[in-house]
Design a protein around this ligand. Sequence first.
Ligand SMILES: Cc1ncc(C[n+]2csc(CCOP(=O)(O)OP(=O)(O)O)c2C)c(N)n1
Ligand SMILES: [Mg+2]
Length: 558
Amino acid sequence: MYGITGDALNYFVKGIEKKEGMEWVAMRYEGNAAFAAGTQAHLKGLGICAGTVGPGALHLVNGLYSAKRERLPVIAVTGQIERARRGRNYFQDAELEKAFEDVCAYQAIIREPKEAHFLFKRAIHTAIAHKAICRIELPRDLGDAHVPDVGAAIFSNSTILLPDEAYTRKAAEIINQHQNITILAGHGCKGAEEEVIALAKSIQAPIVHTLRSADIFHHHMDEVVGLTGLIGVPSAYKAIMDCGLLIMLGTDFPYDDYLPADKPVMQIDLKLENLGNRVPLLHGIQGDVKHTLLLTLPFIEHKNETGFLKKYRSKFIQWKAEASEAFNAENELLPMHPQIITQALDKTAVRNAFFTLDTSTAVIWAVRHMSFHDERQIFGSFNHGSMSVGLAAAIGAQFSSPGRQVWALCGDGGFSMGMQDFITAVRYKLPIKVIVFNNASLQLINLEMENEGDLPNLEAARLTNPDFAAYAKLCGGDGVQISKPSEVLPALEKASNSNVPFVIDAKVNGLEIPMPPHLSLKEAVKLTETKLKQIAAGATGDKKQLNYLIAQLKAMIK
Ligand SMILES: Cc1ncc(C[n+]2csc(CCOP(=O)(O)OP(=O)(O)O)c2C)c(N)n1
Ligand SMILES: [Mg+2]
């Protein structure tokens, strides 16, 4: 249970500390406690965090939103002032029910000690059943009340949502009638990998993945053509835009600019309200992806035409090869490109490593240049998009899976927003490895401005940073500062071998702007102009880099 104790929570926490099978993790910031509980929910099926009366409780809200939008079951226990003092502007009085209303699926105030176990049980069942956030409020005057132990069985059998046969038959008919089919596979495909791949193989369809499904459909699978969206790659963008039929599986992919406006679309999703949420549908099915496909597959006619799939798969492989050549750690380009680090990490990290991705350009470098095959897993604030999730999520991941290698990929802005809990990692001996992509700026903000056609030059987006490696050492961990490609592999190795929390403070090119997967000719001219300015201003102007830029531009407008 991740949190910060105080007043109403003190006796509750005392109870937790004595309870076998429970552990209180004393965090330094409740915002981080909620993020850590989110990762715990991912890995353990339920996360728990706590914040006390007023401000302590309110600090939890942002991390809980992130968990809500990732559909993670999390319980928040919050304190409250004495019941008799409510509503008269007493010190730290806050209407927590109102403040938590939007983020919670269920909230309950403990009014009688003997009710407590019913309320907790209901909260836990609601959180698990609806993959939602639930809050239990503990008034201070009940903090030390004794609760009779009546046994607290929690039931969480899995259930399967199956569609009517008429719907799956219609889906098969539509698939049989169309050519050049592309699959957009989201996080709802978790557990349905075999069936999605069987479908793709049978109809020769490229699979495009979303950010959240980057660790489900990895890059060496024969049908995978990469990630789409603003941070995606041209092969994935084009496979979707040029298709004859798009099948969306387990995704409520929000970026409608990256979905075709004039192509037939079919969608399968657990949630009925997600069907047709982004584009009008030819056919929609509410159902679990795995079982819906199992019902559909027997009626699918095998397609022999492989040209469409091969075209985009080879584009993707070529893109990867070019990126691999451009961002090889042996290219001693300065300032250091951040992609060099993710590419090297892809090769160095153990096969089953966990990666937390802070909301920063590090997400882009990671999903473009790393492959999250079978046993690897990524965690982040992918739908809520909060900064500062990286370190806290790594703490939650390492606690939940003590033997795993856990890497946090953070922006310098994001890391410095939550870095007080590096001390927590030291205290609990969590050997997490943090890479701070130190570009001395809020670079995603620059990217936003560049997409508006503006040159990124906001003073407000500039960061003045301390030496993060020295900070790590000061906290009792370890760290190293690097600024050259030749230092990358030794630093990764040192971090891998460290048994204390480790920070790699990596000084990277502050002007690195990722290429979007697609541009109109006009946009391309504008971007080329900016890019050339960047190369002139920030990089060596090395010919290889220029050639890589030209190749990327060509791939985008082709
Ligand atoms: C809590 C929070 N505050 C602000 C934002 C808006 N925002 C998104 S990314 C970003 C910049 C992140 O900077 P940094 O962590 O240094 O990563 P970089 O983009 O430089 O790689 C900002 C300010 C946000 N998403 N979350
Ligand atoms: Mg930054």
